[in-house]
Write a protein that binds this ligand. Structure first.
Ligand code: SF4
Length: 320
């Protein structure tokens, strides 16, 4: 059963201009995106910078309001909930940041930082809170006596472990992880990813994992959604995506990533030219037609829907 269901999510940011500062357009950051995540599952959102993946994360976390669409968390429609009504549901969906340090008060001890949500949500305080925090430290691979240290005394990987402990403190069902390892060295990345996988197996957590890095996606995701200019263009399980990509943009992304096997490198010839168009003025029809090596006349006028072309394999391309 899905623990998070997102249907037809749209997020537009108005653009104002002219003497009267009227709305003259909109940045279409997220354009009708739908997906589900089951308990114990990781859905990866991958795409180039500016494709809308982080906006989806913030909207699902209710850090920004969607323009339209529906977000259902554990059976509760949270789309229109105001902050007070959302509060009891907040602990069910937590986040891990790319740079946890930026969200940590440098004047507070690490134990206080990790224990903050326990107090805020009225779950534990005083000695009980400290005991819970000590267990969380151990669970994420930190020594409990490090509770007395300050954030600047930890390494980047240890700070990310602190961020994970803080997110876990309120026993969430879903964690939105936005580029959580991209600032870390590769060896430390693997340790943090393995910790997240262990925690998922133990606690049944669902992850919405946002990254531009296909190697990271391959390590942690069960299914992967490829995004281009605010839309999902391909969604399938990890194995199928890497072995049988069907969307030309996915092909190009895989082609650009390091392919250790030279035969596969030869097979994947598709490359994309030019930059991603502006989401304030996306191309008509298929958004990808300006860069697609297979584009035909119809692609300039017809927007391909995301269709299931094989069990569990969804693609938005007129050729499929
Ligand atoms: Fe390329 Fe046309 Fe498919 Fe878009 S619909 S990805 S332009 S072939």
């Amino acid at each position: 059963m899905s623990v998070l269901e997102v249907s037809d999510l749209v997020k537009h940011f108005p653009i104002y201009g002219g003497l009267l500062q009227r709305q003259v357009g909109a940045v279409r950051a997220v354009d009708c995106v739908s997906f589900t995540i089951a308990r114990g599952e990781t859905l990866g959102l991958v795409g180039e910078s500016g494709c809308g993946k982080s906006t989806i994360g913030k909207t699902v976390l209710k850090l920004m309001e969607p323009t339209s669409g529906k977000i259902v968390l554990g059976g509760t429609d949270i789309t229109a909930l105001k902050p007070a009504a959302m509060w009891p549901h907040r602990k069910r969906i937590q986040t891990i940041f790319q740079d946890p340090y930026s969200s940590m008060n440098p004047r507070l001890s690490a134990g206080t930082i990790v224990g903050e949500p326990l107090e805020n949500f009225g779950i534990a305080k005083g000695r009980e809170r400290d005991e819970r925090v000590a267990r969380l430290f151990e669970r994420v691979g930190l020594r409990p006596d490090a509770m007395r240290k300050y954030a600047h005394e930890f390494s980047g990987g240890q700070r990310q472990r602190l961020g994970i402990a803080k997110a876990l403190s309120v026993s969430p069902d879903v964690i939105v992880a936005d580029e959580p390892v991209s600032a870390l060295d590769v060896s430390v990345q693997a340790q943090v990813l393995n910790l997240l996988i262990d925690l998922q197996e133990e606690l049944g957590l669902a992850y919405l994992f946002i990254s531009h890095d296909l190697a990271v996606m391959r390590h942690i995701s069960h299914r992967i959604a490829v995004m281009y200019l605010g839309r999902i263009v391909e969604l399938t399980d990890k194995r199928t995506l890497f072995s049988t990509p069907l969307h030309p943009y996915t092909e190009a992304l895989l082609s650009a990533a390091t392919a250790p096997d030279p035969k596969r490198r030869r097979k994947r010839r598709a490359t994309v030219q030019g930059d991603v168009p502006s989401p304030a003025n996306p191309p008509p029809g298929c958004h990808f037609h300006t860069r697609c090596p297979y584009a035909k006349a119809e692609c300039k006028v017809t927007s391909p829907p995301l269709r299931e072309v094989a069990p569990g394999h969804h693609v938005a391309c007129l050729l499929r």
